[in-house]
Design a protein around this ligand. Structure first.
Ligand SMILES: Cc1cc2nc3c(=O)[nH]c(=O)nc-3n(C[C@H](O)[C@H](O)[C@H](O)COP(=O)(O)OP(=O)(O)OC[C@H]3O[C@@H](n4cnc5c(N)ncnc54)[C@H](O)[C@@H]3O)c2cc1C
Length: 405
């Protein structure tokens, strides 16, 4: 049906699903990836249980894509969270909805899913060429790929799909090196910035020593008018965890603008201030803060250390002071962790550079999808769902493009 092969660069979830879409429609597909094996970031995501998508109502789900919502509204409605779960089931991998509404594969890892997926792709005739790094174009416009046996060029593609990922966790393959190549072709790019990353707090040495690695469970984090429930971990640098990831875009913007951002922790969100105060009043005031918190409220030691850190000159022998700090503890975030450890990347190919079918407007026949586009979303399965949905869309429009040429 198609005389020439479709070339896909990048064997992460976006590139692999684009390959499947094209191969299932009868296209011949060659995938190239710089790494010795495919989908390393997908496998790493599996270490945390592989949160594939989310079960919340579709409108709320689509709202998670912030400024990129108009594009993702179309993409996600064409390949919904339910479609993603069906696709997994089709590969023999059952999924379940966790208590938070997040969707995971039953085995809580990516390797079983990836193995079944690669088998399916091989069955469809998809060729995978690892250890081939895309390094640019020849003067005639063919793609140049640096491989173990030297440079190869791919001449005469039906269409090309770029699925090169963002720039976070570069050791897993997506190092953002492609940005230079596209900038050379005047493709509009937004600078890479970390997203879904930990934040810096200037902890005292005492707090770091006492509390590093300890979780703060069932809390809420408020920044301006948004409050997000979840769990945080105290790290040597500051704080990490779902609620901060969910707030990471406005927090990052505030820190870039003002040098810091203040969040409020509610360490006992299921109780009111007066309920907390009443419980504390039942414990002898002579006890240490840590003991009173444990006896009255079943709170672990890091909470006491945190209260002392944020107390300033508040009198922690008074139940009222402790109660109001517990319910609204201010913490100043002084920076964001870098791209090396961020779960995802903001920035990349500006959405205005793409047409409705994810083709680069100024480079006919070249499509882009996945995390290399300029969008961001919190953790919760929105990243993978976005990569899958955009990979499928790019695959479908690449097929239409090739059929018309
Ligand atoms: C620790 C961690 C945990 C995560 N957990 C989750 C989660 O639970 N749920 C969720 O939704 N998301 C999660 N993510 C995010 C998710 O894994 C990514 O959003 C997703 O993998 C991006 O897919 P992609 O196909 O766009 O890019 P990638 O998966 O990054 O793949 C891009 C591919 O392109 C290749 N490549 C790059 N440059 C070149 C080049 N010049 N030539 C050839 N090949 C190249 C790379 O080697 C790579 O294989 C997690 C990420 C991390 C780091």
């Amino acid at each position: 049906m198609f005389a020439k092969p479709f070339i896909i660069i990048g064997a992460g979830p976006a590139g692999l699903i684009a390959a499947e879409t094209i191969a299932a429609a009868g296209g011949k597909v060659r995938i190239y990836d710089a790494m010795p094996s495919p989908a390393r970031k997908f496998l790493m995501a599996g270490r945390g249980g592989l949160n594939l998508t989310h079960s919340e109502p579709l409108d709320r789900f689509i709202g998670r894509y912030g400024a990129a919502r108009p594009l993702f509204d179309r993409l996600i409605r064409s390949f919904t969270p339910a479609d993603l779960r069906d696709w997994c089931h089709g590969l023999g991998v059952e999924t379940f909805v966790g208590s938070s509404g997040r969707v995971f594969p039953k085995e809580m890892k990516a390797s079983i899913l990836l193995r079944a997926w690669l088998r399916r792709l091989a069955g469809l005739g998809v060729e995978l060429h690892p250890r081939h790094r895309w390094v640019g174009w020849t003067a005639a416009g063919a793609l140049r790929l640096a491989g173990p046996a030297g440079e190869v060029t791919t001449d005469g593609a039906a269409a090309v799909i770029l699925a090169l990922g963002g720039a976070s966790w570069p050791r897993l393959g997506s190092d953002g090196g492609w940005a230079e190549l596209l900038r050379g072709r005047a493709v509009p790019l937004a600078p890479f910035r970390p997203s879904n990353s930990g934040f810096d707090v200037r902890w005292s040495a005492g707090l770091r020593e006492r509390a590093e690695g300890m979780p703060l469970k069932r809390i809420t984090v408020t920044f301006r008018d948004r409050t997000v429930p979840g769990e945080l971990v105290i790290t040597a640098h500051g704080l990490e965890g779902g609620p901060l990831y969910a707030l990471s875009a406005p927090l990052r913007d505030a820190i870039e603008r003002d040098g810091e951002a203040e969040i409020l922790l509610d360490l006992k969100p299921d109780l009111t201030v007066s309920q907390v105060q009443n419980r504390l009043a039942r414990v002898p005031p002579a006890d240490s803060v840590a003991n009173r918190l444990r006896k009255a409220l079943s709170l672990n030691p890091p909470v006491g250390a945190l209260l002392r850190e944020g107390a300033g000159d508040a009198d922690l022998t008074r139940s009222m002071c402790v109660a109001s700090l517990l319910k609204s503890l201010p913490i100043k975030l002084s920076g964001m962790q870098g791209l090396e450890r961020a779960i995802s990347t903001a920035g990349g190919i500006r959405l205005t550079a793409l047409d409705d079918g994810l083709m680069l407007k100024d480079m006919p026949g070249i499509f882009a999808c996945g995390e290399m586009l300029d969008w961001e979303a919190p953790t919760g399965g929105y990243l993978l769902q976005g990569c899958f949905a955009s990979g499928i869309a790019a695959g479908k429009t690449a097929l239409r493009y090739a059929a018309g040429h």
